[in-house]
Ligand binder design. Structure first.
Ligand SMILES: [Zn+2]
Ligand SMILES: [Zn+2]
Length: 286
């Protein structure tokens, strides 16, 4: 069985190690059939628009704007260089910020026709505790400003829903669907949060989007893929397409635990995964 890894990073985003080529070489070594290079789209275009973004170290979260051009050029060269050994797909992981689509699209439009897909993500909340990246361990003290973890989950899903509903935010795949659990933050009212998650999945279905099964959670404190098995079962029941992403931030994390994850997905009932080319979805058998 050959695997497709749709979510990888590299040193351009300043918090991953290894060059794009290092990830491609590792994928070839691991006999992976396809690697999607999906580094974090720059944040600094936002800085003048959201004053409070000054509080978050965005220069450590994404590649700088001045690297965009060379990122795409590099991808084009590497795709050619390794064309006989692996499929290389072009992508960005883009963070959703409310009311920022217009400025985002000013920068994105130059590259969008080159992309095979876009990962849509929420890492930053603009809620009760101000602006902070809830998945950055340096901001765990912010959790104390909430009256329990449920509030964080609800803010997260609200933001995810705004992203999905936005007519101007470009995306194909919704990433790490229950990311607030990263530091093993348990929910209190399970039914309520599951209800919110299902409401969000129904929106994903309505907008014909794909959900990523992200194995990076297995490397985090929670020790579980994103999303949980219960949510994956709901995804199956709602007949929403899925695909696999390792969210590798080190070359050796490419296709992390894909063998065991595929087995779990097959047991749930999935027999195909989504595949993207120039933002058109098709399916591959598993
Ligand atoms: Zn990252
Ligand atoms: Zn990522």
């Amino acid at each position: 069985m050959q695997y497709e890894d749709w979510h990888t990073h590299n040193a351009l985003c300043r918090h991953a190690v290894g060059s794009v080529e290092d990830y491609i070489k590792k994928a070839i070594e691991f006999n992976v059939d396809l690697i999607g290079i999906s580094d974090h789209f720059p944040y600094e275009y936002l800085s003048s628009e959201i004053p409070s973004l000054g509080d978050i170290p965005y220069e450590e979260y994404a590649m700088p704007l001045y690297d965009l051009e060379s990122y795409i050029l590099q991808l084009e060269n590497l795709r050619e260089k390794y064309i006989d050994q692996i499929h290389v797909k072009f992508a960005f992981e883009i963070d959703y910020f409310k009311h920022q689509d217009y400025v985002l699209n000013k920068y994105l439009k130059k590259y969008i026709d080159k992309l095979d897909y876009i990962l849509g993500s929420v890492h930053v909340l603009f809620g009760k505790a101000g602006t902070f990246a809830f998945d950055d361990g340096r901001f765990l003290n912010k959790y104390k400003e909430y009256s329990g973890n449920d509030e964080i989950y609800l803010e997260f899903y609200d933001s995810l829903q705004n992203m999905i509903k936005s007519p101007t935010f470009e995306l194909d795949i919704v990433t790490h669907f229950d990311l607030p659990k990263k530091f093993d933050k348990k929910v209190n009212d399970k039914d309520k949060i599951m209800g919110k998650a299902i409401e969000t999945l129904k929106l994903i279905k309505k907008h014909d989007l794909t959900v990523e099964i992200n194995t990076s959670g297995l490397r985090k404190k929670v020790k579980e893929q994103y999303p949980s098995i219960d949510i994956i079962k709901s995804i199956y029941d709602l007949d929403i397409p899925i695909l696999l992403g390792s969210d590798a931030h080190k070359p050796e994390e490419v296709a992390y635990e894909f063998k065991s994850m595929t087995k779990i997905l097959k047991n749930i009932g999935f027999n195909q995964l989504a595949h993207f080319k120039k933002r058109k979805r098709s399916n591959v058998e598993i």
